[in-house]
Design a protein around this ligand. Structure first.
Ligand code: GLA
Length: 505
């Protein structure tokens, strides 16, 4: 019986190799490099690589945004390979299932990352094609504490291109903004930085030096133009391979880019986590990635104000100073709506203890004058940012500034509250339903007190001496009207979504 079974097995073995032996002899059909030509730019899949280690399949999907993303839980069933990928920015779906299906000699890849689902067809690639698409990961340095750079003793003021222009920005427009800052008197009111946000980048040259795109023919000449008008130039990059708008980021070129910016005469860098959030997804790596650029800026020996844009993650205010930061965003992006502006300005503007001369919470750029809010709401926007010692970075097309918006933005008494040299971030001392009373001590011994009405109907808000931390008030001045006000107990009528800003003694 036993010999019959052995003979039977020998016969089978001669015709059909056992599965394990077969896998060793012929690698899995998925093994190798698959090339994706012309995949959509986000996340820009360029290659899938699968290895077969004695039947154990592993692999990566390489993308322009996130480099070589490792596959997990890889399973093969019939002609389909399924695996999971770490997802970003979606705590509810920390992983996503992807599939690759063999079809007509090629592969059909399907998966979702963050909010975008993609599907693309790949073909088998050669070793040379694979080498050309290989992503070269870089190591982050260990972080040390950088001494303060001495900049931004008061919150930075200026203009930034993003809110009005997104990435449709060019040299001529930036020059026009610089001209307007001078002719309108806004420069002399304190608005000094002219910041080019995302959208200026071209490609890297053969030595890896990042070039501006054709809309910015000569960055150095642009910096000279801005400087000649008593202004300073800001620029933008990301620690990932791509910026938020899909332009080249500084990944793998951090020191080189810092040198390029310094060489052009740049005075301000906004460094935006964006595609870097795939690589740097915890406090330690995010901190070190900001340190990497902070140290690189320092090494240029040029005074470059450093703005951290990581949307307030990982308590950035606790460590932003140590990596050389002068300001750090406290939230995601503002929009030109009362709801968003109020949500950020009242409730997500960073802890007051994080702010002070040289280092500020940044609730994002101003929307004043962009048209989405009423004048009363824009005045509240300005009052909130001034009370918060927030950076005042205008975000409208300056050439279209209405007299009303100009009056809001250039009110010197309100700006003085923001720019007060004590650098104390004000906060709510009293809340009652939709009314809030905020206080901010000033260097001259007076106190700025703001009465806010977040509600949809006018309301009366009383002022108490204790709001200013004083036993009694001897003088009250309304900074929007410029008039003295009485301290009568009847309080102030505050319109819906409105504010009253007082300087009291
Ligand atoms: C992010 C930032 C914005 C802006 C854009 C540019 O969304 O938070 O402020 O810089 O990127 O792409």
């Amino acid at each position: 019986m036993r010999s019959t079974l052995l003979a039977f097995c020998a016969l089978i073995g001669a015709t059909f190799a056992p599965a394990a032996v077969q896998a060793q002899a012929t690698p899995d059909a998925f093994a190798g490099s698959w090339i994706f030509d012309g995949a959509p730019s986000y996340p820009g899949v360029t290659m899938m690589q699968v290895s077969d280690d004695g039947g154990h399949l592993a692999g990566t999907v390489t993308t322009a945004w996130y480099g070589a993303m490792p596959m997990a839980d890889v399973h093969r069933q019939g002609d389909t390979l399924s695996f999971t990928m770490r997802n970003i920015n979606d705590a509810k779906a920390p992983t996503q299932v992807w599939t690759a299906r063999l079809a007509g000699g090629g592969v059909h890849l399907k998966g979702k990352i963050w909010s975008t689902e993609h599907e693309e067809d790949g073909r088998r690639g050669t070793a040379e094609e694979a080498a050309a698409r290989t992503f070269h990961a870089t190591e982050l340095p260990q972080a040390h504490v950088l001494a303060p750079n001495g900049l931004a003793k008061t919150p930075p003021m200026g203009w930034s291109s993003w809110n009005a222009f997104a990435d449709h920005i060019d040299d001529a427009t930036v020059r026009a903004m610089a001209d307007y800052l001078v002719s309108s008197g806004l420069r002399d009111a304190g608005y000094r930085y002219v910041n080019i946000d995302d959208g200026w980048q071209g490609e890297r040259d053969a030595s890896g030096v990042l070039q501006p795109n054709s809309r910015f023919p000569d960055m150095k000449a642009l910096a000279d133009y801005v400087h000649a008008r008593g202004l300073k130039l800001g620029i933008y990059s990301s620690q990932g391979p791509k910026t938020c708008a899909g332009y080249p980021g500084s990944y793998g070129h951090v020191e080189q880019d810092a040198r390029t910016f310094a060489g052009w005469g740049v005075d301000y860098l906004k460094y935006d986590l964006c595609s870097g959030e795939w690589f740097y997804a915890d406090r330690d790596t995010v901190l070190r990635s900001y340190y990497e650029m902070g140290a690189a800026l320092r090494a240029t020996r040029r005074d470059i104000l450093y703005s951290l844009c990581e949307y307030g993650r990982f308590d950035v205010g606790e460590w932003g100073v140590s990596v050389g930061g002068n300001l750090w965003r406290t939230t995601g992006d503002i929009t030109d709506t009362w709801g968003d502006m109020a949500r950020i300005g009242f409730d997500h503007n960073g802890k007051p203890e994080w702010a002070g001369p040289g280092h500020w919470n940044d609730p994002d750029m101003l929307e004043i004058g962009n048209g989405g809010m009423k004048a009363t709401e824009y005045r509240t926007h300005m009052t909130l940012w001034a009370m918060s010692a927030a950076p005042l970075l205008m975000g409208q097309d300056l050439r279209k500034t209405t007299p009303e918006a100009l009056a809001i933005l250039s009110n010197r008494a309100v700006i003085a509250v923001d720019q007060d040299r004590l650098g104390i971030q004000g906060h709510a001392v009293r809340k009652d339903g939709t009314s809030e009373v905020w206080s901010k001590p000033l260097a001259d011994g007076s106190v700025a007190v703001a009465l806010f009405n977040r509600g949809d109907a006018p309301t009366r808000i009383t002022l108490a001496a204790t709001d200013a931390g004083r036993p009694r008030l001897t003088s009250i001045r309304d900074l929007w009207t410029g008039k003295s006000a009485s301290s009568s107990a009847t309080g102030f009528m505050v319109p819906a979504h409105g504010s009253v800003l007082l300087k009291v003694r």
